[in-house]
Design a protein around this ligand. Structure first.
Ligand SMILES: Nc1ncnc2c1ncn2[C@@H]1O[C@H](COP(=O)(O)OP(=O)(O)O)[C@@H](O)[C@H]1O
Ligand SMILES: [Mg+2]
Length: 250
């Protein structure tokens, strides 16, 4: 089992778009039993997969142990991909986790979910708080989407610092340039500065995911953006294989 967290301290950088599409890639292209776990109260991932909004607002109860994950998990319309959706109750999750004082609560839940899933992809809220620290402790790998701007690079610095401060064994971080427009010189300079980072183009077909409420691979599979996301997923699988093969440090 591997936990892939899609995280940044900034909003609007492409986290939910990438998380939803990678969830689909994992289930449909790699045939992994995959759970897309939405921890952002705005419920963007559920919206992207056209799930019914949660009327009971029970998402937070999972963390206190009042509700079993199986009660909350919903199948998506895609084989191999299930959703653990968010709702407004997650607004108080951070303060609840602080009160509970269990620093590894999310990691423990992830391990339990890992009995049923090979890949858990977490769509994170744009926060630096106890919730994000707990996600970092649970993550096998952290993907940081980064539009090519100085403010986003600053957000990456925050993530790196956050992970160092809050984890004993920091998970590897993979920055990904999201929303690249090759007509802009600033974007080209950013690409030249970090040529090894994966890139996702800025294209309307990715905006369409939230309009059509399905992953790009289902309606525009041969476009550069769909292929970029597939390549990103392949790279993540390779990285996870390396992490799994690495000797465990004492
Ligand atoms: N590569 C992209 N090209 C064009 N629009 C994008 C791209 N990635 C995300 N968007 C759009 O940008 C907005 C923010 O994306 P979202 O995934 O919700 O970010 P976050 O989860 O970080 O807040 C959405 O309207 C989404 O459709
Ligand atoms: Mg989001």
């Amino acid at each position: 089992m591997a936990v892939v967290a899609i995280y940044s301290s900034k909003g609007g950088v492409g986290k939910t778009t990438i998380a939803a599409n990678l969830g689909w890639c994992s289930a449909q292209l790699s045939s992994r039993r995959t759970l897309l776990w939405d921890l952002d109260q705005t419920d963007g991932a559920g919206f992207m997969f056209a799930l019914e909004a949660q009327r009971k607002r029970q998402a937070r109860s999972l963390f206190a142990g009042d509700v079993a994950a199986q009660t909350l998990i919903q199948p998506s319309t895609y084989a191999g991909l299930d959703m653990l959706p968010a709702d407004g109750s997650l607004r108080e999750l951070d303060s609840m986790l602080l009160r509970m004082g269990q620093r590894h609560r999310i990691a423990v839940l992830a391990r339990q979910l890992g009995r049923s899933y090979e890949r858990i992809i977490i769509d994170c809220p744009p926060m630096l708080n106890e919730l994000s620290a707990q996600v970092m402790r649970a993550a096998t790998l952290v993907i940081v989407p980064l539009p090519p701007s100085p403010l986003s690079v600053r957000a990456l610095d925050h993530v790196v610092e956050e992970i160092r401060r809050h984890t004993r064994r920091p998970p590897p971080i993979l920055p990904v340039y999201s929303m690249i427009d090759r007509r802009r010189s600033l974007h080209l300079e950013a690409l030249a500065a970090n040529p090894a980072w994966p890139t996702i183009p800025m294209v309307s077909s990715l905006e369409q995911c939230a309009v059509q409420r399905r992953p790009i691979g289902t309606f525009a599979p041969r476009t550069p953006a769909a292929l970029a996301l597939m390549r990103l997923w392949d790279g993540i699988e390779r990285k996870l294989a390396q992490i799994a093969a690495a000797p465990v440090q004492a």
